[in-house]
Design a protein around this ligand. Structure first.
Ligand code: ZN
Length: 373
């Protein structure tokens, strides 16, 4: 998609007429201040009529600055990743841990909004080398959590489990007692906490300590699903990244128990995440882009959420308005920044092929398909 010649000049008011996914007609007046106006604006140019309008899409778990295939991007590389997300309609990213400094993007009107979780927190040799802050001993966890809470944008990311090469299987990193102190420390800073969890054993301790979200969640059981549903604890399964589990298992030839565990979690993922959805656990769309997944794959995650039982409207909600509300961002309300996307055809008919025909960020057209130019 390219910015077409038919786009209004930056700062000129415009109007989009279309419908929401529930079929309600909607008229979006965008003022020269980049905000939605509650009133029609005289002289506003009509730039789109009859399309399906959604609040800006959300990738609720990605990593800006972690290179596909490994390593850390420089600022230009991280910026290129963010642009790929934006062009796919993702205007709000929850960065679930990155050592790259993307703070300068906050002042760049062309960049999507990023909600950061600071850096991953792990123990030595218990996560991907080079990515986390590694603590020599877990008693430092509460202080580090408070530090990352202040460095981020309201989220802290723990590595909840990882292969323990001593036992040769997935195992929790942290004791239940230190998690209680650590999560309380984040909450005192006004931050929410989430954790990378592939297996079963780390979940009870994290949930008992009051964690706010679980990433991946392939090891959820009936009991831990019930706890999450009762507490309204969110789940971001990153299904497009779970597809990498067999490859991870293949590369772990020295750890057959771990490899078998990963294959089993992968084989059951649709049932596991489907059961969480059935039970009422709030689920949001995240691709885990960076590292093992390329950026720009939100449509694939929406399709994958459909395969585990979300209906098409629920799957788009998980990647748009529901996720925005969860992250504290508005959706098409007057007086708020104009971040939205428009599809010419109903994106639920073929989510795999759905790509927005118009992308508006901070009230400026940043992407427009030739069909609308
Ligand atoms: Zn991740």
């Amino acid at each position: 998609m390219t910015a077409g010649s038919g786009a209004p000049e930056i700062g000129e008011p415009f109007v989009v007429r279309g419908k929401t996914l529930d079929g309600e007609p909607v008229e979006l007046w965008v003022g020269s201040d980049g905000m939605f106006s509650s009133e029609p604006i005289p002289g506003a140019e009509t730039i789109s009529v009859g399309g399906w309008v959604l609040p800006g899409l959300v990738d609720a778990h990605c990593h800006v600055g972690i290179r596909y295939g490994g390593g850390i991007e420089d600022v230009a590389g991280a910026r290129a990743q963010a642009v790929v997300e934006r062009d796919a309609g993702v205007l709000l990213l929850r960065d679930a841990g990155s050592p790259a400094d993307t703070r300068s993007f906050d002042d760049d009107p062309e960049m999507p909004r990023i909600v950061r979780a600071g850096r991953h927190i792990a123990l030595p040799k218990r996560y991907i080398r080079g990515l986390p802050v590694e603590l020599d001993d877990e008693t430092r966890l509460p202080a580090e959590v408070a530090r990352q809470a202040r460095a981020g944008d309201g989220w802290v990311k723990l590595v909840g489990d990882w292969i323990d090469r001593g036992t040769g299987d997935l195992a929790p990193l942290w004791s239940d007692a230190i998690l209680v102190d650590a999560i309380a420390a984040a909450h005192r800073e006004g931050a929410r906490v989430t954790a990378h969890v592939f297996g079963e054993d780390a979940l009870p301790g994290l949930l008992a300590a009051g964690i706010d979200c679980i990433e991946h969640g392939t090891g959820l059981t009936d009991d831990t699903i019930a706890t999450m549903a009762a507490g309204g604890i969110a789940l971001v399964p990153t299904l497009v990244n779970i597809e990498n589990f067999p490859e991870i298992a293949d590369s772990a030839t020295r750890f057959p128990v771990y490899a078998a565990h990963m294959r089993d979690l992968h084989a059951r993922v649709a049932d596991t995440i489907g059961a969480a959805h059935e039970a009422g656990v709030p689920i949001y769309a995240g691709t885990d882009a960076g590292g093992h997944v390329r950026h720009g794959r939100i449509a694939d995650e929406i399709v994958a959420l459909g395969r585990v039982g979300l209906d098409p409207t629920e799957a788009f909600a998980a990647a748009s308005w529901a996720a925005r509300t969860w992250l504290g961002h508005p959706s098409l309300e007057p007086g708020t920044p104009a971040d939205f996307v428009v599809y010419t055809d109903d994106p639920r008919r073929d989510p795999a092929a759905a790509s927005p025909d118009l992308v508006v960020l901070r009230g400026a057209v940043v992407g427009r398909s030739p069909a609308l130019a």
